[in-house]
Design a protein around this ligand. Structure first.
Ligand code: ADP
Ligand code: MG
Length: 138
């Protein structure tokens, strides 16, 4: 599908958030500016997070939010050159805990290590205000 402004992308995220209940993993793919963080804002809203920080972490790649039901982890792998074993272990431990919901930007850096029950969101910049969004395994 296509969105024509950031609000529409946020709305898709908000609706998509309803797909997870007991834990879950959203893997976001797409180049810089394709709208991953914007969609994450929608996911956060849909999950009941009011205080979502739009600016991606500079010195940390992971941010934790608590909702009434879940812990939500926003992970941005953009600045990481390689995903080492330790980080992979950390992520897979978080995924295993059914109280946790993970949202991972630049999930392609995890390569073949993604669990197959993840919801994949593939985002593409079309022009200034248009983005193409494809969702797999929802
Ligand atoms: P990413 O996290 O993939 O690098 P961001 O969500 O941080 O991307 O940035 C997307 C930028 O594109 C924002 O400045 C946003 O306002 C703008 N934008 C314009 N149109 C759209 C759209 N349809 N969907 C999402 N973002 C859009
Ligand atoms: Mg981003």
């Amino acid at each position: 599908m296509f969105t024509k402004n950031p609000k529409e992308t946020i709305e898709i995220g908000r609706e998509l958030a309803q797909k997870v209940k007991n834990g879950g993993l959203f893997c976001l793919f797409g180049d810089l500016g394709s709208g991953k963080t914007t969609l994450t804002k929608g996911l956060a809203l849909g999950l009941g997070i009011q205080e979502f920080l739009v600016k991606s972490p500079t010195y940390t790649y992971i941010r934790k939010y608590k909702t009434a039901k879940n812990n939500v982890f926003h992970i941005d792998l953009y600045r990481l050159e390689t995903i080492d074993e330790l980080l992979w272990q950390e992520i897979s431990e978080l995924v295993e805990d059914k109280n946790n919901i993970l949202i991972i930007e630049w999930a392609d850096k995890l390569k073949d290590k993604l669990p197959d029950n993840s919801i994949k969101v593939i985002m593409k910049y079309i022009d200034e205000n248009t983005r193409e969004i494809n969702i797999e395994n929802e």
